[in-house]
Design a protein around this ligand. Sequence first.
Ligand code: R2B
Ligand code: URA
Length: 310
Amino acid sequence: NSHSLSEEEIDEYADGTVKLRNPNIELMDQDILYHVALGSESHDLREMFGDVKFVCMGGTPKRMENFAHFIMDEIGYKLPAGTQLQDISEFSYRYSMYKVGPVLCVSHGMGTPSISILMHEVIKLMYHAKCIDPIFIRIGTCGGIGVDGGTVIITEDALDGHLRNSHEFTILGETVHRPAKLDKKLARELKSLASADDPYDTIIGKTLCTNDFYEGQGRLDGAFCEFTETDKMNYLEKLRDNGVVNIEMESTIFAALTHHAGIKAAVVCVVLLNRLNGDQVNAPKEVINEWQQRPQILVSRYIRKVLAQH
Ligand code: R2B
Ligand code: URA
């Protein structure tokens, strides 16, 4: 019939493996994933990564190492006798990567350029390894807008600095926009796994993605500031009126690249401070460390639920 399929419907017809929307790759003798210290000929990527179902990424190497140990306990995964968890990308000196059975834990650094490089290589890794329907989840930190520190936020829509639900690329000197779409169903499912017993809130809302932590997020405490506190508050209130509940620095590119690759994705961040009350991140280190486990706990509930269904 003349009914045309939406992009979501077309995804369901795929065999689940990650398709590369780049014809050049299969014509190459080898593909070196330089920044994660892997290669399609130097490593048997299918053997090493073919069973990956979840790709969890977060900013820092340490947090992702902690998550790898945590998820190992949670899913009851046993490393082969006599082996230890290893940073697969150790010798890139750029990112760290740990594999715990079906869960790949990768650090992505701060901001768009850093996570963008990593995502090109991890999406190609999924392709070379022939992974079936991998789900990507970013586990991060953020500033809240009218939301207290310790709250967990699942991103509903990722907005750029102009409040557009897309990511702006500059390619060959041209501006290109790609939709920053996350999987709404996945977001709702994650939200449903928040427990009434959790001693903190888990909410869904819009996320602003910026290219800077200081002036770019309306902070008064950077090395420079050429706006007033009133300008700042007007801006934050405008964000809030548009449904924005948090600010971080990777969600639009993360959403745009996963969507472009046909990969289901979600962003789950913990709030480090309520930006309506200040700019400095001044919660004690132990408190922040505990807060950073909260997105991991939610994602682990999701992973366990999915694994239990198979
Ligand atoms: C959240 O925290 C980092 C800045 O402190 C940045 O990577 C982000 O998105
Ligand atoms: N990460 C951000 O990008 N902004 C904050 O305010 C806190 C963490």
